[in-house]
Design a protein around this ligand. Structure first.
Ligand SMILES: [Zn+2]
Length: 138
């Protein structure tokens, strides 16, 4: 028996018991699973055996455990942060080329006679038309 995977299955199924079992059975299983998983983990093999015995009591949870142990993609799907990469970030992906909110940068001639607003990402910064020197960001 795969101790680690069985313990992971126990943790993965816990918040889903109410979707898998009838309400009374789900509440009972969730409470016992909670106790099993919270117990002293100095004997992980025994904890895993208890998880397995509990999940084997119901066909649907036994099936969940078997699938969890046999199917790595099912396991990945259930991991808390297993969603697509884009949904994990906070919305700004700097590598995607999204210019983000318009926030103009102001460039000035070092001699102070010319100002230019940099509005679009990728737009090149011109020279001062009078002095022909690079503008500096202010
Ligand atoms: Zn100038």
């Amino acid at each position: 028996m795969d101790t680690e995977a069985t313990l992971a299955a126990g943790r993965a199924i816990q918040p889903r018991l109410k979707d898998i079992l009838a309400p009374a059975a789900a509440a009972d299983a969730a409470e016992r699973l909670d106790e099993i998983l919270a117990a002293d983990s100095s004997e992980p093999a025994m904890t895993a055996a208890a998880v397995r015995a509990l999940l084997d009591e119901h066909d649907d949870t036994a099936r969940f455990l078997r699938r969890f142990l046999d199917d790595p993609s099912f396991r990945t799907l259930l991991e808390p942060d297993g969603g697509p990469l884009n949904e994990r970030s906070d919305g700004i992906d700097l590598l995607a080329g999204d210019p983000g909110p318009i926030d103009a940068d102001l460039y000035r001639c070092p001699q102070g006679d010319y100002e230019w607003e940099h509005l679009q990402a990728g737009e090149s910064i011109p020279e001062c038309p009078v002095h022909h020197v690079a503008l500096v960001r202010s």
